[in-house]
Design a protein around this ligand. Structure first.
Ligand code: MN
Length: 199
């Protein structure tokens, strides 16, 4: 499928004359290929606070909303709700989406870096099959994580799990102890205060 088709849902939800989010029409961004694909976790204070977990897969960012954010403790399963594919250049987006627009609220880049596919099949296939395993090389998060689709009765849901490896650490809780952006160093609260000041 063409990349532009995969971003149709993303674009249909947004008015790019109102939001500063990228439209994903910059082809040069879409063709950018690093040595390893990137991941990003964006903290998003929308109507409810959540963490958007995104993986570069075949030129777009496959995305899940994780209400509680990722854990470094393998015993803690985190619910992950699939959301629409995002353009690659969304990976560096920070700022405030205006009131009444889709996703209204403040977004910061909570963690980012490269990831490695731990399965011996393409990552897109692993996600299709609901059994992805990746190794993150972020600033806050490192090591193996699994994204697993489960079915409970008719309800389909995904879980984000820290795998058991040397990077697992039940004593850490970076979602609460390291709240700031890895790009600006600012917290959501600092960004909101600045946005109000600039109005
Ligand atoms: Mn979001």
């Amino acid at each position: 499928m063409e990349k532009k088709d995969r971003l149709e849902e993303y674009r249909s939800k947004r008015n790019f004359s109102r939001t500063r989010e990228p439209s994903g029409t910059d082809i040069s961004q879409g063709l950018r290929q690093g040595p390893q694909p990137l991941f990003v976790i964006q903290k998003h204070k929308a109507s409810t606070l959540h963490y958007d977990f995104r993986l570069e897969v075949d030129g777009v960012l496959k995305s899940w909303a994780v209400p509680k954010g990722p854990s470094t403790n393998p015993s803690e399963k985190r619910l992950a709700i699939p959301t629409e594919d995002h353009p690659l250049d969304y990976a560096t987006f920070e700022g405030t989406i205006p009131q009444n627009e889709y996703g209204a609220g403040t977004v910061l880049v909570w963690d980012t870096g490269r990831y490695r596919n731990l399965k011996d099949k393409p990552i897109a296939q692993a996600i299709d099959e609901g059994q992805a395993e990746i190794w993150l090389e972020g600033e806050k998060l490192q090591g193996g994580y699994a994204l697993v689709r489960t079915a409970r009765g008719k309800e389909v849901r995904w879980l984000l799990l820290k795998m058991r490896d040397e990077k697992a650490d039940a004593r850490r809780n970076p979602v609460s102890t390291e709240p700031a952006s890895v790009i600006s160093g600012h917290t959501i609260e600092q960004m909101e205060a600045k946005a109000q000041h600039d109005e």
